[in-house]
Design a protein around this ligand. Structure first.
Ligand SMILES: Nc1nc2c(ncn2[C@@H]2O[C@H](COP(=O)(O)OP(=O)(O)OP(=O)(O)O)[C@@H](O)[C@H]2O)c(=O)[nH]1
Ligand SMILES: [Mg+2]
Length: 390
């Protein structure tokens, strides 16, 4: 069966461009055998003749769809258009493009081809082979600077472009992201879409593009205020991410205190370090599970009750690695030093006297265990949902 591609183009006052744009997109059909190609114009009730022109074309060609979203906002136009394409038109592949001919419809087949090995293809003016024609030097500099900053903030060295609309993706990508990105009704939609996509495990590929200054009509872009909002968004995003690492450290410290108290009390009560250490570690695990679930990864909280026992067992199995690591360190110490010396202080000085050999081995074991835990917690237990159903 033919796979359906829907090109979604948001418009506001594009009467000079829209006719040429639709023709140029539909022309690509011959270069895409096996695909059904449609264009959806998602218009913010343009006061010029955009709506009238598109409706006239749509009346004679069922590959052209006009959607009046009534309200202003590029992000709003895009999310309504993408929803319509998936839910009403049954799109398999989605493409977003500017309707002012800045994005060249001739490149469409290259995007679609790349979707054979990727879930999301990003048009990029800043990767090798990409280019911008006819832009003033200051607009180029601002855009290049912003994209460099975003690349750093998102920590995505392989992505060179966050601010261009020319993208192609599978319908599952939109299903995954729409709830998170539809809150952005304006231009922020474009970078936010990519930031959120990078959070999931989607396969992202870049397609170098040549970008042309708009063909006709006027820009709706307020470059400086956009740049300001963009930076604000990206920094907020970064802080949110770092917050979860900070919380993780606090929870971990609490776990460490629990582990240490049990260890020391156990040794004082006559247990061996390699017995009381792992016991403390198990109790620390319980505390970590509770607090990480309620607080650190609360955005990914396990809500349904039947999920909790399974996750707790999974959590225990994974964290058990750190219990084992601790056991190995303490047991090795007991063997190397002999039990009596292992429990003795390292240096006999006031305060420092509290530091025993087993305590040093314990700290080393905890350190290695911590690395193990962070990787396991974030990669397995509170992994961001990846629900691409292909
Ligand atoms: N639906 C909808 N589309 C919009 C809105 N604002 C802009 N667009 C469309 O979004 C696309 C990109 O907007 P542009 O004004 O071209 O922004 P730009 O490309 O950064 O600026 P230029 O380089 O001057 O063209 C164009 O197709 C616009 O018609 C809006 O409020 N609603
Ligand atoms: Mg444009």
């Amino acid at each position: 069966m033919e796979r359906k591609i829907v090109v979604v183009a948001p418009t506001f006052n594009e009467e000079e461009n829209i006719g040429g744009f639709i023709t140029a997109v539909l022309e690509q059909h011959k270069k895409l055998p096996g695909y059904d190609l449609c264009v959806l114009i998602s218009d913010s009730h343009s006061p010029d003749r955009t709506g009238e022109i598109v409706q006239k074309i749509a009346a004679g060609n069922k590959k052209v769809i006009y959607l009046d979203v009534q309200k202003r906002g590029l992000g709003l136009g895009l999310s309504r258009g993408l929803d319509y394409a998936v839910d009403k038109l049954g799109a398999d592949l989605l493409v977003t493009m500017e309707a002012d001919l800045s994005n060249d419809p001739k490149q469409l087949p290259e995007f679609i081809r790349k979707l054979e090995t990727a879930d999301l293809v990003i048009g990029s003016r800043y990767s090798s082979g990409g280019k911008i024609t006819n832009w003033s030097w200051w607009r180029k500099a601002l855009s290049l600077g912003a994209n460099l900053a975003l690349r750093l903030i998102a920590w995505a060295p392989n992505i060179h472009e966050f601010t261009n609309l020319y993208r192609a993706f599978k319908k599952e990508v939109w299903r995954d992201l729409r709830r998170k990105v539809s809150v952005h009704v304006d231009w922020l939609f474009v970078p936010a879409f990519l930031f959120e996509a990078l959070e999931t495990n989607l396969r992202v590929a870049e397609q170098p593009i040549v970008y042309f200054d708009r063909f006709g009509g006027r820009s709706k872009m307020h470059t400086l205020s956009y740049a300001k909002n963009l930076l604000h968004y990206a920094l907020r995003y970064r802080i949110k991410k770092s917050a979860s690492f900070f919380k993780f450290l606090v929870v971990g410290t609490m776990g460490f205190i629990i582990n240490t108290v049990i260890l020391v009390l156990g040794v004082q009560a006559g247990l061996s370090p390699s017995a009381s250490g792992p016991l403390g570690a198990e109790l620390a695990i319980l505390s970590n599970f509770l607090w990480n679930n309620l607080w650190t990864f609360s955005d990914r909280k396990l809500t349904s009750w039947n999920q909790i026992p399974v996750k707790f067992i999974q959590f225990n199995v994974l964290s058990f690695g750190s219990v084992v690591i601790q056991y190995i360190f303490l047991k090795a110490g007991e063997i190397i030093f002999g039990m009596t010396r292992f429990k003795m202080t390292v240096v006999d000085l006031p305060v420092i006297r509290l530091i025993t050999w087993y305590f040093i081995f314990y700290c080393a074991g905890v350190g290695v265990g911590l690395i193990w835990n962070f990787v396991m917690y974030s990669k397995v237990i509170w992994k961001k949902s990846k629900s691409l159903t292909r």
